[in-house]
Design a protein around this ligand. Structure first.
Ligand code: PEP
Ligand code: MN
Length: 343
């Protein structure tokens, strides 16, 4: 349920609604909009219905929320959430570009990649130090050594770094090195991990699970928000379908659907979405055209030598072109919006 307050409702009126709800043991989330304040209620519907909320002064109406996600829902929080990472704003006026190799391989490799992607306009550097590989015999990542190299690359370029956390126990270590905690597709429903990052103050990049519905994905985000961490970025990275020419199917439906259902920023990862470098730029462009707040792409100084995901990694030259192209699409859409709004 949400309680929509009247436009002129005073702070005291909002406070008395909150007090009543809390006194009945219900969870409360207040969202102050430009015009109206919305009080989101978390708890059994029956208990909320018993309360004389509509009779309280300042209350305009009480509206049921049928979705199981609450804190992640737009009904609870009508304005877009902007996630700030250093000087970078995800969900803001510019498309955010996160780029770098699948895995951190050496100090030289990650620093070279960081310098190159920064030069082409990337806002953040990605690189896995703990890799969730299908085979236990494949490269598993450099571990903490890889995190140290990532921190060196941040030092060298100023780019904030994003890296995958695989286990709740890794949180204190990850927090020492990274700016954004990535939850990988395979861990989207690792609830212990979601609760752990919910206690963190670091931004969380939550990838969609390989066969997760959008509702399951938003419920995963709900865990992080319910734990007290509001800084969640959703990342569509492709889902399993019957198609075999691509590694996954980048589900661009998710972009407008999530934006309708949720206030959280959503970005796309076309690298894992298609699995072949040749198709990555087209799908990055499509993601931005669909309304994504940014892209995360794999870029390697020498893709043929990459220890993981080389086949889907862009060269620096191709990445440079991709950035220019998505910026043009973003600018064209912004101009169109400005025209429609009469600006
Ligand atoms: C990755 O970003 O390298 C990765 C492993 O992604 P996903 O969890 O989407 O497979
Ligand atoms: Mn990868």
């Amino acid at each position: 349920m949400i309680v929509v307050m009247r436009e002129q409702a005073s702070q005291a009126e909002v406070a008395s609604v909150v007090e009543l709800l809390k006194s009945k043991g219900l969870g409360v989330h207040v969202s102050e909009g430009a015009e109206k304040t919305i009080v989101g209620v978390i708890g059994p519907k029956e208990r909320v219905r018993e309360l004389p909320l509509e009779a309280l002064s300042g209350v305009e109406k009480v509206v049921p929320v049928s979705n199981p996600f609450k804190l992640a829902s737009r009904a609870f929080h009508p304005q877009d959430t902007l996630v700030q990472v250093g000087d970078v704003v995800v969900g803001g006026a510019e498309p955010v570009v996160i780029a770098g190799p699948c895995s951190v391989e050496s100090a030289d490799q990650i620093i070279e990649a960081a310098r190159a992607v920064k030069q082409s306009g990337a806002h953040m550097l990605r690189g896995g130090a703990f890799k969730p590989r299908t085979s236990p015999y494949s490269f598993q990542g450099l571990g903490e050594e890889g995190l140290r190299y990532l921190a060196m690359a941040r030092e060298a370029t100023g780019l904030p770094v994003v890296s995958e956390i695989m286990d709740a126990e890794q949180l204190p270590m990850m927090e020492r090195y990274v700016d954004v905690l990535q939850i990988g597709a395979r861990n989207m429903q690792n609830y212990t991990l979601l609760k752990a990052v919910g206690r963190s103050r670091k931004a969380v990049l939550l990838k969609r699970g390989l066969s997760a519905t959008m509702e399951e994905w938003l419920m995963a985000a709900e865990y992080v928000l319910a734990g007290g961490n509001p800084n969640v970025i959703l990342c569509e990275r492709g889902i399993r379908t019957f198609e075999t020419y691509t590694r996954n199917t980048l589900d661009l439906n998710a972009v407008p659907v999530i934006q309708h259902l949720s206030h959280l920023p959503v970005i796309v990862d076309p690298s894992h979405g298609v699995g072949h470098w040749r198709y990555v730029t087209a799908m990055a462009r499509a993601g931005i055209a669909a309304g994504a707040a940014g892209v995360m792409v794999e870029v390697h100084p020498n893709p043929q030598e990459a220890v993981s995901d080389g086949e889907q990694s862009l060269t620096v030259e191709n990445f440079d072109r991709m950035v220019r192209e998505i910026r043009r699409i973003w600018a064209a859409l912004s101009e169109e919006t400005a025209l429609v709004m009469g600006r």
